[in-house]
Design a protein around this ligand. Structure first.
Ligand code: GLY
Ligand code: MN
Ligand code: MN
Length: 445
């Protein structure tokens, strides 16, 4: 069997997960780790459930994303136990019996009723660190109510930033699926489809829909590209299709990809030139994902690079440094350069100063940056610079007395194209960064 087979990678991953759990329990002074997979919740005054979203701490152990009512039980030195709910139910699909290379690593207890989990949990609930949401409580008087001890969470969240080779492989696969679907979406755009039609083409190619995808697809034509989290999806195409921004990922075994691409209909025009410039700059930013680099630095450098692009395009009349100092660059690039990614599209511990708490401040004037840590091998991050033409923010530039910094005729000419964002998922290594997204695009071409 090759050294990189999923079963070997998974076994190594599970070893690390157990080592981390052991250390986290020690930090919190607990004997057992309990992780409920989560439950279905009713919507207000209704008998319909919200979509189920698995507890990320649960799927860190096993590739299970559709198993509400199950529990992971870990006591250091013992084989992890999986209490696996397979209810007697004729209303819903009952989860299959646990299957796959990972199963042999667990002591599996099948239960038919969610309340029966309790008989497989450690007797003394006060010795348990229980990680989950309050709805997962079990037992009389909520004996097994998630207590989410801070020392345990701080430790696990901090170390989860360092992906195991298994996790990187799962994210590679999530990128392959996402890229395959992005290519289908581009074809639909070139064929003149509506936002809704492009979205369906994406889901079809990814073979994933709302409940599977790691976040809601952003499929934006023309001006809609300027709405950062645009998820409306018009049912009919606009009369004149000028540009397309798609931010869409895919899931694999509980891991996410997060990918954005921008396109112009006129591939020889001014907007395409701007896309090409952002693309070239984004590649350089991805190359900054190296051990010992402060992620905040990449964010600030991105402001300078994007302001330089805007100046070269005749949109800005001031230097990149002045644009940054005066906040003008933030009107065009109003979000962070990216975030950690893994089990969650916006992974935890972006500001964690250590594995025992504390947080690293964002740079002043940059409230939307989601990651402020130094990069180290194993960290997986997104790099997603963007340039947008957003009325609300451009009005602020005028109000703040910086109207002279901008060529407003140029802004008016570019506004109908909405915006540009290019986003890849990049893994920091001991050497060259590994760009999971670009690799997948190159392999698919
Ligand atoms: N798709 C959301 C983000 O890029 O962070
Ligand atoms: Mn992102
Ligand atoms: Mn994204």
């Amino acid at each position: 069997m090759p050294a990189t087979s999923p079963s070997i990678l998974y076994r190594q991953h599970l070893d690390i997960v157990q080592q981390r759990a052991t250390a986290a329990l020690e930090r919190g002074g607990f004997d057992h780790l309990l992780v409920p997979s989560g439950t279905l919740h009713y919507q207000a005054f209704d008998d319909r459930d919200y979509p189920y979203a698995v507890n990320p701490h649960f799927k860190a152990w096993a590739p299970l994303t559709r198993n509400p009512g199950s529990w992971l039980v870990f006591t250091p030195g013992h084989k992890p136990k999986l209490v696996y709910l397979q209810p007697h139910d004729y209303w819903h699909v009952v989860p299959e019996a646990p299957d796959g290379h990972w199963v042999e690593h667990f002591d599996i207890k099948i239960i038919r009723d969610a309340n029966d989990a309790q008989q497989h949990l450690p007797k003394n609930s006060t010795r348990c660190a229980i990680l989950g949401e309050p709805q997962s409580s079990l037992g009389k008087y909520g004996a097994y109510k998630p207590n989410n001890p801070a020392p345990v969470l701080d430790y696990l969240h901090y170390h989860r930033s360092f992906k195991t080779p298994y996790e990187v492989e799962m994210m590679r696969e999530a990128n392959r699926t996402g890229v395959h679907a992005h290519r289908a979406a581009e074809r639909a755009f070139r064929a003149g489809a509506s936002e809704f039609g492009i979205h369906l083409a994406y889901c079809q190619a990814a073979r994933q829909d709302a409940n599977d995808l790691p976040y809601s697809n952003i499929v934006a034509l023309n001006e809609h590209g300027a709405i950062l989290h645009y998820t409306e999806r018009d049912r009919l195409p606009p009369k004149d299709i000028r540009s397309f921004l798609i931010d869409a990922g895919a899931s694999h075994a509980g891991y996410a990809s997060d990918i954005t691409r921008s396109y112009a209909t006129d591939t020889g025009g001014e907007f395409q030139a701007l896309i090409d410039a952002v693309d070239a700059a984004q590649r350089k930013m991805c190359d900054q994902v190296r051990a010992g680099t402060d992620y905040k630095r990449i964010h600030i450098d991105a402001h300078l690079a994007l302001a330089g692009i805007l100046r070269d395009a005749g949109v800005l009349k001031v230097s990149p440094e002045t644009a940054l100092e005066t906040g003008v660059s933030s009107a065009f690039f109003p979000h962070g350069i990216g975030h950690g990614i893994g089990l969650q599209v916006h992974d935890v511990a972006g500001f964690a100063a250590s594995d025992s708490g504390g947080s690293i401040d964002k740079p002043a004037g940059h409230p939307y940056l989601r990651l402020t840590r130094m990069l180290e091998p194993g960290m997986a991050v997104t790099i997603e610079p963007g340039i947008y033409f957003i009325d609300m923010l451009l009005d602020e530039v005028k109000k703040n007395g910086h109207a002279d910094a901008v060529n407003w005729d140029k802004v008016e000419a570019l506004k109908p194209y909405g915006g540009i964002r290019i986003e890849d998922d990049v893994v920091c290594t001991d050497g060259e960064p590994e760009n999971l997204t670009r690799e997948a695009f190159a392999a698919a071409a």
